[in-house]
Design a binder for this molecule. Sequence first.
Ligand code: PLP
Length: 481
Amino acid sequence: MDCDEFRTQGKVMIDYICQYLETLNQRRVIPNIEPNYLRPLLPDEAPVEPEDWDVIMEDIEKKIMPGITHWQHPRFHAYFPSGNSFPSILADMLSDAIGAMGFSWAASPACTELETIMLDWFGKAIGLPDQFLSNKEGSIGGGVIQGSASECVLVSMLAARAHMLVRLKKQYPMVEDGVLLSKLIAYCSKEAHSCVEKAAMICFVKLRILEPDEKNALRGKTLMMAMEEDETMGLIPFFVSTTLGTTSCASFDNLQEIGPVCQKFPGVWLHVDAAYAGNAFICPELKYLLKGVEYADSFNTNPNKFLLIAFDCSTMWVRDKLKLTKALVVNPLYLEHTHSKDLSIDFRHWGIPLSRRFRSLKLWFVFRRFGISGLQNYIRHHIKLAKKFEELVLKDTRFEVCNEVKLGLVCFRLKGTDQLNKQLLLNINESGRLHMVPAQVNEKYIIRFSVNDVNAKEADIDIAWQIIKEYAEDVLAQNIE
Ligand code: PLP
């Protein structure tokens, strides 16, 4: 494909994308196919000879679209939003065209510098304390884009582990690293995302999963008791992962209590995972949810969830960048450059991969095209729609709401057994008209309704509620125990 063909086919692709997004509501939300549907539709081997672009494009509708779960569909209320917007799509196009690998400052200076500036813009906009921003006097912190929240948690845990092992090595120089490692223990709440458990598996450390309170918040006292108990058992607390906006029910751990507890244990690293909720702190009226963040060593949020940015873009800030990079620096000759280490950042030391896409471009385009006010309006609108849904549920005495609705997520269920609710959700999802996923909240099976669609309107909430009620009447009539 040369530039002329790309020009022509690029326009065709833009038309296809617009048509796809504008007519999404005419499709089923989830596909109606069985596993391995695709293999019989494709040849066994890659083609030896080049194919015409038109032929390739035809296969999109015929073979790929039937197997797509449409995350941008107005009836897609599962998980959390997969953020998207045209400025973000355009930025990814340009990033792909530039094709730079910004692993060091020298490898593409604008990639690194724009990333640093965007993380300062965004950190400031959501109200992070100055110590996380790289352009504040006296700050030794800063921000970086990782591929996912899971990566942010893992990288923080790796840094915390390295930091604690150095401390312990000074105290016990004759003890083997492996022995010290076997003593390290991390903490999170039962409501934390499973990526914390995965990070602990990778880091080869123990993880103690703690009970949250009745509002699904991890409390300081629970943490304190666990850490003290473990210390008496000869273990060494080194990492606490907290969540602002949990995956199941968007609850908030109590950072104001947890922070001072962590400070009682020298060298313990406090991480705050705000993958979904962190974006909402761009609204001044929601910044109260961030209270206690000043105790954190690291913080992450995913603009690719709740801020109109396409995957992948998970922003992470640390209070002390040296503590982070010490765990991750390797320096082969072929990656060295002559520019001052004090003035230039090499982001390869801030994460696991070497090569990195030019992801800050999409933050820059979106911040500029929407403005902070546009992004605030977007978040507020989604919260308003969630509140509307909550109101509809509360008005119907057959249902109950199971979380405190502060953002765009409503957890609800039919009053009755878990089995009844499982059947309700199964029937709705099988219909292909609406998609939601379940969770376990306060020992009950609940259904999560997340306001996701970028262009969601009040009418969409009414339609969703009508569909839910229709299937609820069906399952209630069946007298499921
Ligand atoms: N943390 C929280 C609170 C989440 O809700 C999620 C996903 O929804 C994750 C972490 C994992 O995110 P990622 O897919 O970016 O790894």
